[in-house]
Design a protein around this ligand. Structure first.
Ligand SMILES: [Zn+2]
Length: 278
């Protein structure tokens, strides 16, 4: 005869396990940002960026940056969302990506890159932040933090309509989208180097550009201010890309034509709203 207390113990264990699995699933569902939510947040933040930063409205430049950007996207591991590339009319050497496919490159960065593959190295790094969902992960972390801080009710409301608590413009101002961990930065470098190589560019451009920027300004260069040290980065990439040293294209006539074109435009005004754009 079976021991009844043993059976009820087993039942209790079984139901506890089911409950645990269900609660984990519910929590994961609350915290996880769907692709659609990610795109909505990115679009809200992009509107905010373009309200406060001057976008360079030059059809030729936007067309070129979009073409090379899409070439990278097509060789990336996340080509199923739309991407949009824009140049910001700022002298500062910087670039950033928002969740959901929005990529911004400063005019100053194009001016400082001597060859196309140097410019592509940064573009590929930014695309890789989107591919690896780094901003989306930041939002998910911030949702968890809000729950811990006692905002459970708000959180549930926010999760339902995707807007109430998590407005893209607000998250941008709080720096949620643009402060990645150093590991995330390293991952974006790794993925970026591989993607640019697969798309036909020599990834040594990433190494030479980081070296150049480090010599020219080090951590004063905005692009480096929240990233691992430039030296560590170009050592990592140099190691990773050793086997590809002599492969892939380095420069193009189109890139040099865009540089000449940009040089003929009036000097940009200095931006007053650059603090969150890192
Ligand atoms: Zn980065």
């Amino acid at each position: 005869m079976k021991n009844p207390s043993k059976i009820s113990n087993l039942k209790f264990l079984f139901f506890s396990l089911i409950l645990l699995i269900c609660s984990q699933a519910v929590l994961a569902g609350i915290f996880t940002l769907s692709q659609q939510q990610e795109i909505v947040l990115g679009a809200q933040a992009a509107t905010q960026v373009e309200r406060t930063q001057q976008v360079l409205n030059d059809t030729e430049t936007t067309k070129y940056v979009t073409e090379v950007g899409q070439r990278l996207v097509s060789r990336s591991q996340r080509s199923d969302i739309p991407y949009r590339f824009r140049v910001i009319n700022s002298k500062e050497v910087n670039a950033f990506a928002l969740p959901g496919g929005f990529v911004y490159i400063n005019r100053g960065l194009i001016e400082q890159a001597d060859t196309e593959n140097e410019f592509i190295g940064v573009l590929a790094h930014e695309v890789s932040h989107i591919v690896a969902r780094h901003s989306a992960e930041q939002v998910e972390k911030s949702r968890k933090a809000n729950l811990i801080l006692g905002g459970a009710g708000l959180l549930l409301g926010g999760a339902r309509n995707g807007r109430a608590l998590f407005n893209g413009a607000q998250l941008l101002t709080q720096g949620v989208f643009l402060k990645f961990s150093r590991d995330a930065e390293r991952e974006a470098d790794r993925l970026g180097a591989k993607t640019m190589f697969d798309a036909g560019w020599n990834p040594q451009g990433m190494v030479s550009f980081f070296q150049k920027l480090a010599q020219r300004g080090g951590s004063n260069v905005a692009f480096f201010s929240t990233h691992p040290s430039p030296q560590e980065r170009y050592n990592n990439i140099a190691d990773l890309t050793k086997a590809w040293v002599n492969k892939g294209s380095i420069d193009s006539k189109q890139f040099q034509a865009i540089k000449t074109r940009i040089a003929s435009f009036p000097k940009p005004r200095n931006s007053n709203n650059r603090q969150q754009m890192r």
